[in-house]
Design a binder for this molecule. Structure first.
Ligand code: 0X9
Ligand code: ZN
Length: 615
């Protein structure tokens, strides 16, 4: 519930001791600040007696003077018609907001009012999308300085401490489902924290998915998106049937902030709301490597910069940064990962590999088979039509990105979602967008999971029952029609364990019509065999039964001579009964416990009853 504006006014009248006095500069712009807040701020709805202007006029300036300011700057959407246009715009602006630029396309740049005159003189078409950038940042700062107690967590953007506290709360509330994981530490020593969401103990062989955010510090909407996805998986783990089914078969890892130093810097007193890179000190006053240009697939290519001051500076080498090393090593340490989405803002785009080249990936068909339904799922939530396709040809070249690496190096289905919006607000988004944006992107995440888990559904068409004849092999036949990507060679396999021993495997032979056949070995009387079938496609191994470590169990008991003939004399008689009585008590291994006729795990009166029937 929103706190009332009257409360806000009262709270503002008693300025917190840390608030700095209003500066001349911010005072002189206060009218414009107010105009802006009326358009971007939600919590004022329905209040008529006190205006936003009143509140802000009473508010002490919360933006300290040493914070980087953008007074007079605008964001303009510029038509790039030629390489000359691009060169000129790059000279004017060192801050491209939409990092895709192709000749013949539009791109958003932050620049000064004076730069617009230069564009005019050069005849370069543009449209100002944000005329009051600093006012919006000031309004956001003012809003965030208000007390948040009693407000829902997703009612406003949250800083790193609040994100971390929320992750800890999830663990505390659902200790059997959620645990903290980490992916190393940032260059300033902050832990890159995430959560594991799983119903199963760590190390269980399950397909896993990873959702990452905030590699670019200023992209606050990506932080809220990944936190929302975490929240949904945790809070609704049994209530929402789609989430429940996903967590029955898979585990989920979420890292909401991959660039904790940069994120902190966008929130900090003395920081910069529009910071993008990490916070490596390169030299003098030059800071930062673009972590999404620092990965090892395509590193150094087009769409990355070797200039240290550039916002797309790729670093001295691939994986030169502790943040990318930490995430890389986390992914390598989890070879069960099969799907990954890296969330960024903004643009409403869903981009899958490759991003370093326009050449089609060898798995384009499979990527699109998962990617297109994700786009449809996003649109189904609020009607937002995200542009989807291979990144290089859809967005423009960007080299050294995380998703090219998780796909290209680790074989995951992966991609980047640029969440809302399309430039009306850009990085300084109103709070009213947080939840609608998060919901449509949650739909993308759950759809990716569902599509991959159903990548190659296996139907068992012939199988032994739970009791089989001893010393006789049994036949298993399955049908699988891959819907996401093709099966790898020898990808359909029958697997089994005899009496809890090591897992054995046989490639199932194709018998036409998408059917496959293999034999389970003959087993001797009293032995137990557990079996399942797996079908391996490019991104995931699917199983029958289900995508989790379960199996079918069969036992060989019948015919088996007669299991009650314990001494093998050919008749069931009193000497067999004597042997049984000697063995009374628990038994661990079925084969060592032949007197346990009913396989209850112990020799007991139930077994005596069975034997008496045979005597
Ligand atoms: O430039 C980037 O890293 C991303 N855009 S952003 O405005 N958030 O900075 C786009 C990455 C697109 N490339 C991949 N799909 N990797
Ligand atoms: Zn980004």
């Amino acid at each position: 519930m929103n706190i009332s504006l009257l409360t806000v006014v009262v709270l503002l009248a008693v300025a917190p001791p840390s608030a700095k006095p209003q500066t001349t500069k911010s005072a002189s712009t206060s009218n414009v600040v107010v105009d802006n807040v009326a358009t971007v701020s939600a919590p004022t709805e329905g209040v008529s007696n006190v205006t936003v202007a009143d509140v802000l006029a009473a508010a002490p300036a919360v933006v300290p003077t040493d914070t980087v300011r953008f007074d007079g700057d605008v964001v303009a959407r510029v038509s790039i018609r030629s390489a000359q246009d691009l060169m000129l715009v790059n000279q004017l602006s060192d801050d491209m907001w939409s990092h895709h630029v192709g000749i013949g396309g539009d791109a958003d740049f932050r620049m000064s009012q004076a730069d617009l005159g230069t564009l005019d003189r050069a005849g370069i078409p543009y449209r100002v999308t944000i005329a009051d950038l600093q006012n919006r940042i000031d309004a956001e700062q003012t809003r965030l300085a208000q007390p948040m107690e009693g407000l829902a967590w997703f009612s406003d953007f949250k800083n790193l401490a609040a994100v971390n506290a929320r992750l800890d709360e999830m663990v505390a509330a659902f200790p059997n489902l959620v645990s903290i994981v980490n992916a190393g530490t940032s260059i300033q020593g902050r832990v890159i924290r995430g959560i594991r969401i799983s119903r199963y103990p760590a190390g269980t062989a399950l397909p896993a998915f990873i959702f990452t955010g905030t590699m670019h510090a200023r992209e606050w909407a990506s932080t809220m998106t990944t936190m929302w996805i975490a929240d949904q998986f945790v809070e609704n783990n049994t209530i929402d049937p789609r989430i429940a089914a996903a967590l029955d078969s898979a585990e989920v890892y979420i890292f909401p902030v991959q660039n904790p130093d940069g994120y902190e810097y966008t929130w900090a007193t003395g920081g910069n709301r529009l910071w993008r890179k990490n916070r490596r000190l390169i030299s003098g006053t030059t800071y930062g490597v673009d972590l999404n240009r620092n990965w090892g697939v395509g590193w150094g290519g087009s769409g990355s910069s070797g200039t240290t001051s550039s916002d797309t500076y790729r670093g001295a080498a691939a994986f030169s940064e502790p943040e990318t090393v930490g995430m890389r090593d986390f992914v390598i340490a989890h070879p069960n990962l099969v799907g990954h989405i890296d969330f960024h803002s903004y643009g409403q785009l869903w981009l899958w590999p490759w991003s370093y080249t326009t050449t089609a990936s060898p798995d384009q068909t499979a990527l699109a088979a998962v990617g297109n339904p994700m786009k449809t799922a996003i649109a189904a939530v609020n009607g937002k039509n995200y542009t989807a396709g291979p990144s290089g040809s859809t967005y423009g070249l960007t080299a050294g990105c995380i998703d090219d690496w998780t796909y290209g190096n680790q074989g995951l289905m992966s991609g980047t979602i640029e969440v809302r919006d399309t430039g009306t607000y850009g990085f300084v988004m109103p709070t009213s967008e947080i939840i609608p944006n998060a919901k449509e992107n949650f739909a993308a995440a759950i759809t990716m999971i569902e599509k991959l888990l159903a990548s190659s559904p296996i139907t068992i068409t012939l199988a032994p029952g739970s009791l089989v004849a001893d010393n006789t092999a049994s036949t298993v036949e399955v049908q699988t029609v891959p819907v996401v990507s093709t099966l790898i060679t020898n990808g359909v396999r029958l697997k089994w364990k005899l009496d809890g021993g090591t897992t054995q495997s046989a490639v199932m032979t194709s018998i036409g019509s998408n059917k496959y056949r293999a034999s389970l070995p003959a087993i001797s009387c009293g032995s137990q065999l557990s079996w399942f079938v797996e079908a391996e496609t490019k991104f995931i191994i699917t199983h029958a039964p289900l995508n989790k470590p379960t199996s079918f169990n069969i036992t060989a008991t019948n015919p088996c001579g007669n299991p009650a003939d314990l001494d093998g004399s050919g008749v069931v008689d009193n000497s067999d009964l004597s042997l049984m009585l000697l063995d009374f008590g628990p038994c661990d291994v079925v084969t060592n416990c032949p007197a346990d006729l009913d396989h209850s795990g112990e020799v007991d009166p139930g077994d005596v009853s069975l034997m008496l029937l045979e005597i």
